[in-house]
Design a protein around this ligand. Structure first.
Ligand code: NAD
Ligand code: AHE
Ligand code: ZN
Length: 369
């Protein structure tokens, strides 16, 4: 079938909105009609050419909501008409990782996903007869996309897709990082570096966890107002200080924070986030994705003296079993999604979403088909 899609033909170039061909779903696969998709910084990261797994041409997008159109052979958990959120972290329930009870990092389709193909090693997308890659097992920048059955969370059809698409990545990642990875407790102090969709979701999660002080840090002070509405108690711009930001945070708190979160993808800030964690027990959670060749460093003494460095993917959330409940939480108002949606636009204008992100003028742009 034909589908309107925003294709990244080359790294560093704008997306091109074109008509592509989408082949039918094969065994264990599902054809979706995407109705809405958020644009996450990770899409921009891969488009930039900095992603070691980046492949072109590709249909990017991994923060979507849609409806099942057709199922392939053997698919039993969803049927046409079901409302779904595609998952870049699958949940097969059978692999070593799913069964461990320790992680959400299912490996059922991860290897082929990273190669931009379906689990059988082939692509369902083509443009003028040339193959086009899939992305993160989702490719939500196409109106019609094919995903693995294990990469779908079935959700309440009454949910607002313009908002719950953000549970496909950004908001879930931030909330989950607080709850599942850091396990923030009432009264804990928190520092959040980077106040985009991810950082604001961390702040939202920290407030839900009844954290005490929540210190929000960004070089763009226009982000502070929304951070405060989500529960930030202090907002700091590192450019207003002539000492390292970790020193500023340590001096504000006595010994540092119980939990810090890096939500930017900057390895220098990752170091600062670790070094502002409390002596003896503070932990720092890396959420940001850093470019090819980047490495983190600190003095080992920082760890010897009791700090812990951790990372999280999709906030440790198991998508098929936990996302439907998070959708309900959003419908009941326990998770606030509306403030994250700062702009909406049709697919034809998707490059504006990237421009707004790079200019620091959006939290989430949501594209509709
Ligand atoms: P974003 O661009 O919307 O927000 C980033 C924020 O960081 C901006 O407000 C920007 O002003 C701020 N910033 C940039 N440099 C800074 C600095 N030196 N000091 C302080 N603030 C600075 O991005 P986003 O969509 O919120 O994504 C954030 C990061 O999280 C990206 O690296 C993205 O790839 C990553 N991410 C990871 C996961 C995961 O599962 N681990 C999930 C989603 C996104
Ligand atoms: N492809 C990159 C890694 C990118 C990455 O770390 N992705 C995060 C999700 S970002 C969502 O916006 C993630 O979940 N990682 C775990 C995984 O399995 O991909 C690289 O460095 O190769
Ligand atoms: Zn994302």
């Amino acid at each position: 079938m034909k589908s309107r899609a925003a294709v990244a033909f080359e790294a560093g170039k704008p997306l091109q909105v074109v008509e592509i061909d989408v082949a039918p779903p094969r065994q264990g696969e599902v054809l979706l009609r995407i109705t809405h998709t958020g644009v996450c910084h990770t899409d921009a990261f891969t488009l930039s050419g900095d992603d070691p797994e980046g492949l072109f041409p590709v249909v990017l997008g991994h923060e979507g909501a849609g409806v099942v159109v057709e199922v392939g052979e053997g698919v039993t958990s969803v049927k046409p008409g079901d409302h779904v959120i595609p998952l870049y972290t699958a949940e097969c329930g059978q692999c070593l990782f799913c069964k461990s009870g320790k992680t959400n990092l299912c490996v059922a389709v991860r290897a082929t996903q990273g190669k931009g193909v379906m689990p059988d090693g082939t692509t369902r997308f083509s443009c003028n007869g040339q193959p086009v890659h899939h992305y993160m097992g989702c490719s939500t920048f196409s109106e019609y996309t094919v995903v693995a059955e294990v990469s779908l969370a079935k959700i309440n059809p009454e949910a607002n897709p313009e908002q719950v698409c953000l549970l496909g990545c950004g908001v879930t990642t931030g909330l989950g990082a607080v709850k599942n990875t850091a396990k923030v407790q009432a009264g804990d102090t928190v520092a959040v570096f980077g106040l985009g969709g991810i950082g604001l979701a961390v702040i939202h999660g920290a407030q839900l966890a009844q954290a005490g002080r929540i210190i929000a840090i960004d070089t763009n002070p226009t982000k502070f107002e929304l951070a405060r509405t989500f529960g930030a108690t202090d907002c700091i711009n590192p450019e207003d200080h002539d000492k390292p930001i970790q020193q500023v945070v340590v001096e504000m708190t006595g010994w540092g924070v119980d939990h810090s979160f890096e939500c930017i993808g900057n390895v220098g800030v990752m170091r600062a986030a670790l070094e502002c964690a409390h002596r003896g027990w503070g932990q720092s959670i890396i959420i940001g994705v850093a470019g090819a060749g980047q490495e983190i460093s600190t003095r080992p003494f920082q760890l010897v003296t009791g700090r812990t460095w951790k990372g999280t993917a999709f906030g440790g959330v198991k998508g098929r079993s936990q996302l439907p409940g998070m959708v309900e939480d959003a419908m009941q108002g326990r998770i606030r999604l509306a403030p994250f949606v700062t702009q909406t636009m049709p697919l034809a204008d998707i490059n504006q979403a990237f421009d707004l992100m790079h200019k620091g003028k959006s939290i989430r742009s949501v594209v509709h088909y």
